[in-house]
Design a protein around this ligand. Structure first.
Ligand code: SF4
Length: 268
């Protein structure tokens, strides 16, 4: 694992994701190295010539840049952790994400109107619970399956599912709004997943795999090809939406499901 400090040129990036105004990534690269990660296939990552999961660039000037950018940025919704995990292990020492949160709290009037959402797979986020509560942030954990066996295939270096759910419960007890990002949908027992998340999250976002050809070999190795078919995603999403709603947990689908065909087939 190679960690390189870098000076970033900007930090608050306008986002094209519907409902998200900015993305903010304190790191480039991610030690979790998930096998389905779309970031690994992006041109600016491939040209680095290092295997995904084995390098991290730490934007050491992130908080300082943010303080400057907040003075002129239009307030909006910021998601921290779209292209990296902001609480991957190196954060324990470097604390870039923590300093970013402090910058959001630092007294700039505009900053008060930024809505912050975190996405992580790491219980290290608990360290910053107090700061996140002060910011009124919403904290989400990615939970793609109920099965540790499946998790180990696709997310070999990320924390265990039980640790993520325990952290969600603690955050909720601490008064934070929480959500689960269930995506990309992996093979699972949906009833089990819903039972695990009940009482731990206020809402759920469901996403599908949108680049199956790139992970097809991995699915084939484990005899999971069926889980790359449209039918798998549609049936599972429909079931999850229904099961979560029975628990009083709203579940929404990402923009990836937005085509008329998919909405029709989901009956949503
Ligand atoms: S935790 Fe997120 S950013 Fe990191 S490798 Fe996994 S999917 Fe990619």
């Amino acid at each position: 694992m190679r960690v390189t400090p870098v000076a970033a040129k900007s930090i608050l990036t306008p986002s094209k994701i519907p409902g998200v105004d900015y993305s903010l990534n304190p790191y480039v690269g991610c030690v979790h190295g998930c096998r389905y990660c779309y970031v690994a296939r992006m041109p600016h990552i491939r040209t680095r010539g290092m295997p995904w999961g084995e390098f991290v660039e730490a934007k050491i000037n992130a908080a300082e840049l943010l303080q400057r950018e907040l003075r002129r940025a239009q307030p909006g919704k910021v998601v921290i952790g779209i292209s990296t995990d902001p609480y991957q292990p190196v954060e324990r020492e470097l604390q870039l994400t923590r300093h970013i949160l402090e910058a959001f709290l630092d007294g700039y009037p505009a900053a008060e109107r930024f809505e912050i959402r975190i996405l992580t797979k790491s219980p290290l986020v608990l360290r910053d619970a107090e700061l996140l509560r002060e910011l009124g942030a919403e904290v989400g954990f990615t939970v793609t399956t109920d099965s540790e066996k499946i998790r180990e295939i696709f997310e070999p270096r990320a924390p265990a599912i039980s640790l993520r759910i325990r952290a969600l419960r603690e955050l909720k007890r601490a008064g934070l709004r929480t959500y689960a990002f269930v995506g990309p949908l992996l093979p699972m027992l949906p009833e089990m997943l819903v039972e695990m998340l009940a009482g731990a999250v206020d809402r759920v976002i469901i996403d599908r795999m949108n680049y199956p050809w790139r992970v097809r070999d991995l699915y084939r190795t484990y005899g999971l090809e069926y889980a790359l078919e449209d039918e798998f995603f549609v049936d599972l999403a429909r079931e999850l939406v229904e099961l979560f709603s029975r628990q009083g947990i709203p579940a929404e689908l990402t923009w990836r499901w937005a085509t008329k065909l998919r909405r029709d087939s989901l009956g949503l």
